[in-house]
Design a protein around this ligand. Structure first.
Ligand code: MN
Length: 305
């Protein structure tokens, strides 16, 4: 084995590097995004036993699964969005595998989101983060740490109110910055999708999807354990199933993380004071004219929407 790979294995064996699982459990209780009623919705996951050491298969256990491509912790390929439909190598089976592996940049906005679920990451937040941690490198996975994965009930996680879901995301200008000026691999979030809960009303609707996938970038949704990652220094491996012409897929997302040195802090070094100094006037406002009606369209959505 080449020395470089032998060192990797040794570092994992000795704990100098560790694997952090950024994946949510996947099952029939996994929440699925709800859409306005004029659109088709994605089914949740169902599992049917083929055999379980019984007359249908005396020595083996296996299941049939059925689910939407975008269920639970999942990958968004560029072909998922109309803006990326004609790009080369834009589907799960054609994306070059090198692109699934990249350095992680973790932007912690959990304090802001605790105060404001509709928080949108602005370019100023990226600038503040880069002021502390350095420029986001080309090919990075930019992971938005919001604390949202701590919401363990479907009701809290989807957070659907009378006017639709409320959850954090990216302002369009931030998606443009990351895709075009930083040339990232993609963005990852703790929420059910890579756009904010109210983004169906933005202009364009779902601007992070439109921008990222139009630029050939990827998305990761429903991540967890981002609080176990340093702001920089981890490597993320996020490879979707090789579904032919797949628009996305559930996947296991792994991070390789350096062991914390005794006494070193991974908390308390984030740029939260800088963030809170930003002017509220820069926050994005929704045009009233673009409002649409939301409706109960998922078994996990609370009634009355
Ligand atoms: Mn998706």
């Amino acid at each position: 084995m080449p020395a470089l790979l032998a060192e990797l294995i040794d570092a994992l064996d000795t704990g100098r590097l560790r694997i952090v699982d950024l994946t949510q459990p996947l099952g029939p209780d996994t929440p699925v995004i709800g859409l306005p009623p004029q659109f088709a919705s994605s089914p949740g996951m169902s599992i049917e036993v083929i055999s379980r050491y019984d007359q249908n298969g005396p020595a083996w256990y296996w299941n049939t699964i059925r689910l939407g491509e975008h269920t639970g912790t999942h990958f968004d390929a560029p072909v998922h969005w109309i803006t990326g439909k004609d790009l080369p190598d834009n589907a799960c089976d054609t994306i070059p595998p090198r692109r699934f592996v990249g350095p992680a940049c973790v932007i912690d906005v959990s304090a802001e989101v605790a105060k404001k679920p509709d928080f949108l990451l602005m370019p100023e937040h990226v600038a503040a983060w880069e002021g502390q941690h350095g420029r986001i490198p080309r090919g990075a996975w930019v992971l938005l740490r919001t604390g949202w994965s701590k919401r363990t009930s479907a009701r809290e996680f989807l957070n659907v109110q009378g006017d639709g879901p409320h959850s954090p995301g990216f302002h369009k200008s931030t998606s443009e910055l990351l895709a075009r000026e930083r040339d990232v691999t993609g963005v990852g979030v703790e929420t059910v999708g890579t756009d904010a809960g109210q983004a169906g009303r933005f202009d364009p609707p779902f601007p992070n999807h439109a921008t990222m996938h139009g630029a050939g970038k990827f998305g990761l949704a429903s991540l967890r354990n981002l609080d176990q990652l340093p702001a920089t220094g981890a490597v993320v491996i996020a490879a979707p199933l090789k579904i032919v012409n797949g628009s996305g897929s559930p996947l296991r997302v792994l991070a390789i993380v350096p062991a914390r040195r005794p006494g070193s802090a991974t908390r308390g070094v984030e740029s939260l004071p800088l963030f809170t100094s930003l002017s509220p006037s820069r926050c994005y406002r929704l045009p009233r004219s673009s409002r649409c009606r939301w409706h109960r369209s998922s078994p996990w959505a609370p009634s009355g929407w």
